[in-house]
Design a protein around this ligand. Structure first.
Ligand code: FAD
Length: 336
């Protein structure tokens, strides 16, 4: 390792086949806003092979340093090799915090790395804060979303956190001002532990949810597969996409790809309508960026009413059919 690295917050920007996971960019934006009051520098960490173009790209997101572990042996993700490539640099440059996306790769890589470094890890965070003395505070939902824990790691460094994709916006790129630093991973084939013989790509099923301007999501309160048509009719009337909480997916009323929340998709519609949804944090993290959120629930004490802009207390079976009719009539009216 040649150059001195100054950044105190490092963000692992995951890439596969030279395509970065968006959560890495989201975390770069968050890291910059956390670091600013302490005047800390922020680094993006890239691991893989032939990464020059990606290093240029991450620098355009305003980071001070792009730390690049580039080696042919890192072309495919391998947890042992990735840990070896980054662990030495962390020991040498002693960053205060390391942020990663809570993706399949991040949730595999982060705990191995934290264990090797004998430091703490907060997993599946939905928010981050930094105290004036540099303590990372990670917000993590627990116990079915009924408890929100704020976790810190006071004794060891770096403070490692994996963060759910979609909770922070992707910052706007601009003019690159940072510099690239090579981490010279110096790996041997035996560092891999296993060899990737072949990779096959399976297209992730598209749900249209991520880009929909209107999302109508149904929950357990919808009642049955037959009643699920109410969710679909309201979504169709508004030209929107259909989403679901976990119970309708488990029951087979909706498809897995329609699940919204911590284990499902993150949506950012202009309008979100939740039907028969209680408001567990596991679901709400996936809809918190909705511009306008409306909830219909028969229980006036449902938690979702504390998180939506407009709440209607009542039986969705009575509210939804006339609502669909009214929307259809309104849409058929001549403009003016
Ligand atoms: C690790 C983990 C990850 C998870 N990930 C996710 C995730 O990604 N997404 C997700 O959604 N869940 C997830 N869950 C499950 C989550 O904790 C909740 O159990 C789930 O979100 C609850 O779904 P719900 O609101 O539809 O059902 P419920 O909590 O059962 O709520 C049903 C609501 O419907 C209302 N209702 C009933 N009848 C009517 C009616 N006729 N009209 C109007 N309202 C009515 C009720 O008052 C009630 O509030 C996860 C859980 C765990 C442990």
């Amino acid at each position: 390792m040649s150059d001195q690295v100054e950044s105190k917050i490092w963000v692992f920007v995951e890439q596969r086949r030279h395509v970065v996971a968006e959560v890495g960019l989201e975390l770069l934006g968050k890291a910059r806003s956390l670091a600013e009051p302490l005047q800390w520098k922020v680094a993006a960490v890239l691991v893989g092979h032939e990464l020059d173009a990606l290093a240029e790209m991450v620098l355009s997101f305003g980071v001070d340093e792009a730390l690049v572990a580039d080696d042919a042996l890192l072309e495919h993700y391998c947890n042992q090799a990735y840990v070896k490539a980054v662990e030495g640099a962390i020991r040498q440059y002693e960053p205060q915090a390391l942020l990663l996306g809570a993706t399949a790769m991040g949730t595999d890589f982060a705990p191995r790395l934290a264990a090797r470094l004998r430091t703490g890890l907060s997993a599946h965070c939905i928010d981050l804060d930094l105290t004036p003395d540099g303590q990372l505070l990670s917000l993590v939902p627990g116990w079915g979303g009924n408890v929100m824990a704020r976790i810190s790691c006071p004794k060891t460094r770096p403070q490692v956190a994996t963060v759910l994709p979609g909770v922070f916006p992707v910052p706007e790129p601009g003019r690159a001002r940072g510099r690239m630093v090579s981490l010279n991973p110096q790996l041997q084939p035996e560092d891999l532990g296993y060899r990737v013989v072949e990779t096959k790509r399976e297209e992730a099923p598209k749900s249209g949810l991520e880009t929909a301007e209107v999302v109508v999501a149904g929950g357990w309160g919808v009642g049955s597969k037959a009643d699920w048509t109410r969710v679909e009719e309201l979504a169709a009337a508004l030209n929107g996409a259909v989403g679901a909480t976990r119970p309708p997916v488990d029951e087979g009323w909706a498809e897995e790809k329609q699940m919204i929340g911590q284990s499902g998709r993150t949506v950012r519609p202009r309008l979100y309508i939740g039907l028969g949804i209680s408001g567990h944090m596991h679901h709400l993290v996936g809809v918190k960026s909705s511009e306008l959120s409306v909830a219909i629930n028969s229980d006036p004490k449902a938690a979702i009413f504390e998180h939506c802009h407009v709440g209607l207390v009542g039986d969705l079976k009575e509210i939804v059919p006339p609502l669909v009719e009214a929307i259809k009539q309104y849409s058929q009216q001549e403009p003016g």
